[in-house]
Design a protein around this ligand. Structure first.
Ligand code: SIN
Length: 285
């Protein structure tokens, strides 16, 4: 791939993710942004540092990847920007301004929907000096590392995902009993455990925690034990990129071939405020 002259790209991990340098997103040329988009699709995740992005800049940039997706919970969207969701532990005038510890636990975003989001973008507004790293696990590398007999055993299995179950049982973030309207808007779905990337047919291990209630055809503890085993396998250090945040960082990942998790931090000492945006995806197969 020929890149716009000013861009430089280095792997986040061998074969996974890219750090892109030499670009100021709000003022970059269309050609340079095209290269950023292409790099994202080739590498599964990208990091750009030292970006000063207004909400309008974020909206313009995300629009280059596809249609921004709505957020399931609307309470913490940025005023005037319904597609920008705030993650934060800040309280202003007695009210939280964002969802706190919303993404802690290995998962893939919007897995409880028929068409889960294609990508997630996090932009760091303010971050702690320590803790609160975001971890990304490479589902393709994990799949390729499985022995052929295990691959054959897993291929064809599906998972039952439930937003209702997730919101009632989540370990971090606010638990919630869904209103009848929210329940009707978020019916349970089934998705494959092994996902094929529509761009090039590469396969990824695609389990998740939180939303999964059952491995179809393997009900009860045996299925859930298999799921735990696969999440543990995929999130071994060799498959994981750990992002240590600085304000102005922009991290994006492809939910079709990754799992991710936020991590805890000392929220009595530090503030963390992030803007999260999603791009619409398609039906997994
Ligand atoms: C998320 O899972 O959407 C957020 C992860 C994080 O806050 O690091």
């Amino acid at each position: 791939m020929t890149l716009a002259a000013e861009l430089s790209i280095t792997d986040l991990k061998p074969g996974f993710g890219a750090r892109i340098q030499g670009i100021d997103l709000p003022t970059a040329s269309d050609a340079a942004i095209d290269d950023v988009v292409a790099t994202f699709h080739r590498h599964g995740a990208i990091v750009l540092r030292d970006q000063k992005m207004t909400p309008d800049d974020l909206m313009r940039f995300i629009g280059r990847f596809g249609d921004p997706e709505d957020h399931t919970q609307t309470r913490f969207t940025l005023p005037g920007y319904p597609k920008i969701f705030i993650l934060s532990n800040r309280i202003v005038e007695g009210q939280p301004i964002g969802a706190h510890n919303d993404g802690v636990g290995w998962h893939t975003d919007y897995s409880y929907k028929p068409e889960p989001v294609m990508l997630t973008m996090l932009y760091a507004v303010e971050v702690p000096e320590e803790g609160s790293d975001t971890l990304l696990a490479d589902g393709c590398a994990a799949w390729n590392a499985l022995p052929a007999d295990k691959q054959a055993m897993l291929e064809g299995l599906s998972l039952h995902h439930s937003y209702k179950h997730f919101m009632a049982t989540r370990a971090f973030g606010d638990k919630q009993t869904l209103s009848p309207e929210m329940e009707a808007a978020n019916p349970d779905v089934e998705h494959p455990l092994i996902r094929t990337h529509p761009a090039d047919g590469r396969k990824a291990l695609w389990p998740s925690t939180g939303t999964v209630t059952e491995v179809i055809g393997m009900p009860g503890p045996a299925g859930l034990a298999l799921l735990d085993e696969l999440v543990e396998f995929m999130t071994q250090e060799q498959f994981v990129y750990r992002h240590k945040w600085k304000a102005g960082d922009l991290l994006m990942w492809d939910n079709r071939c990754t799992l991710h998790t936020g991590t805890l931090y000392d929220d009595t000492k530090y503030f963390r405020t992030m803007h999260r945006l999603w791009v619409k995806g398609d039906k997994p197969y």
